[in-house]
Design a protein. Structure first.
Length: 449
């Protein structure tokens, strides 16, 4: 806790609500200091899935302790893997020698979208896979048709009964080069087809591939295993199939989304922050938008931010990398609610990713939605603490930042989303001077331990 100690009502009905899990926030002024990033959740989940392509013991380092990672550990364990997670070292040891199952249960995937990423590796290992429809944040329909069409191009038959995807590799005379063409650079579909192709004969060419930093980190891990993967401009990946892949030791890239979240929190409060292990090449467009607002950004040996006291509103549109990250749209919107001027924000990746708007409006934000994917934000001088509910991972971050600058007390429920996306980000914010208190559901906490 900072010196500005919080005083919260914790009696009667309020205590019951808090005990279900919430974050309690107050404005403690500018945040200042230094923070180090943990590994990217979106990189480690797919790298964990890719280890199904190997037989043996692999070591992953810089692994975040998020509920999604814990759920993926559970999934792989149910498939037969032997896993040890040293949470103090952030080191994950996965032995895939004893993998014996190719079916992923429905109850295992209800809270995690990334579960679909085991389909490609299971198909490569067993020639068949049964994977329940994945869960995760309700950001829209997010159809898996690109995954399915990509597999079908590779000679895989995929059917669904509404609850499960049933996939099997058919006898298939592979051409010298098999082309998989994506009309949209889907990260998940690119990763799934890429992993499957590593152990298929001949050459696979993915055109219109996603090249997000997390995809490139997966490719780095696969090449360490012995895969033969290369690139061609624009957005094309070549995979030359090999007979087998070997276990690896791999350090996960720093989380660019955690970096962005910390930078936005400090910018909103008018403070200063240095992140020594932030990758500038993963954040170029995002950092440029902060500069346009008037914030000072230096890019030597990481990223340093000194916030302006008079931020200007900026407009932006989300898009595939290297565009503005959709996962930073919600917290960036919070920054615009207290900036000078009008911001136009367009979400082009997910059709239902403006769910934070209603909650920010409760706090006094002036936001108008046009259609499902465009928001007009008119900056106000002040936000006000309220009871709000986080509807998804990135909205939880947006509401936390709002609570750090609002007048009065903010209570945010929907804690499960916060825990899925971030490892103890509340503690990092507190170390920078934030008045933020995490109250967990004791039963849930015991299960995760």
């Amino acid at each position: 806790m900072s010196n500005n100690r919080m005083h919260f009502e914790t009696t009667g009905q309020k205590f019951f609500e808090f005990s279900q899990g919430c974050l309690l926030l107050e404005n403690a002024g500018p945040l200042r200091g230094k923070a180090t990033l943990i590994g990217a959740k979106n990189a480690v989940l797919v790298t964990m899935a890719s280890l199904l392509l190997t037989h043996g013991k692999s070591v992953l380092k810089n692994v975040p302790i998020s509920s999604d990672v814990l759920q993926m550990i559970h999934l792989l364990t149910e498939l037969g893997a032997q896993i040890h997670f040293d949470k103090e070292l952030h080191e994950l040891v996965i032995d895939t020698t004893t993998i014996c199952e190719f079916k992923v249960k429905l109850e295992t995937v209800t809270t995690m979208r990334a579960s679909i990423l085991v389909m490609g590796p299971l198909l490569a290992r067993f020639g068949k896979a049964v994977v329940a429809r994945p869960g995760g944040c309700l950001l829209g329909t997010r159809p898996l048709d690109l995954h399915v069409r990509g597999f079908e191009k590779m000679g895989v038959q995929v059917e669904t009964d509404g609850l499960f995807y049933h996939a099997s590799v058919l006898p298939f005379k592979k051409a010298a080069i098999t082309k998989v063409i994506f009309e949209y650079p889907s990260v998940g579909a690119t990763e799934n087809v890429l992993m499957f192709a590593c152990l298929q004969p001949g050459i696979t060419k993915i055109i219109g591939a996603a090249l997000e930093p997390e995809v490139l980190d997966l490719i780095d891990a696969l090449n360490k295993m012995g895969a033969k993967i290369s690139f061609e401009i624009p957005q094309t990946i070549y995979i030359e199939g090999v007979n087998s892949l070997s276990p690896i030791e791999h350090t996960v890239i720093p989380d660019r989304l955690e970096a962005g979240s910390l930078l936005l929190a400090v910018a909103a409060t008018g403070g200063e922050l240095y992140i020594p292990n932030a990758r500038v090449d993963h954040l170029e467009v995002f950092l440029e938008k902060l500069r346009e607002m008037g914030h000072e950004i230096r890019e030597e040996n990481g990223v340093y931010l000194k916030a302006t006291k008079t931020p200007l509103a900026v407009s932006f549109k989300t898009g595939p990398f290297p565009g503005f990250p959709t996962d930073l749209q919600a917290p960036m919107m919070t920054l615009q609610t207290i900036a000078n001027g009008i911001s136009v924000i367009e979400e082009t990746v997910f059709e239902n990713r403006l769910m934070q708007v209603k909650e920010l409006q409760k706090m006094g934000a002036q936001i108008t939605i046009e259609g499902n994917q465009k928001a007009i934000v008119r900056g106000v001088t002040e936000l006000y603490g309220r009871e709000v509910i986080a509807p998804d991972i990135r909205s939880s971050c947006a509401l936390v930042i709002a609570g750090l600058v609002a007048r009065g007390q903010t209570i945010m429920t929907g804690l499960s989303h916060w825990k899925r996306g971030y490892e103890k980000l509340d503690e990092k914010l507190r170390q920078l001077g934030a008045d933020i208190l995490l109250i967990e559901n004791r039963d849930t906490d015991q299960k995760e331990k």
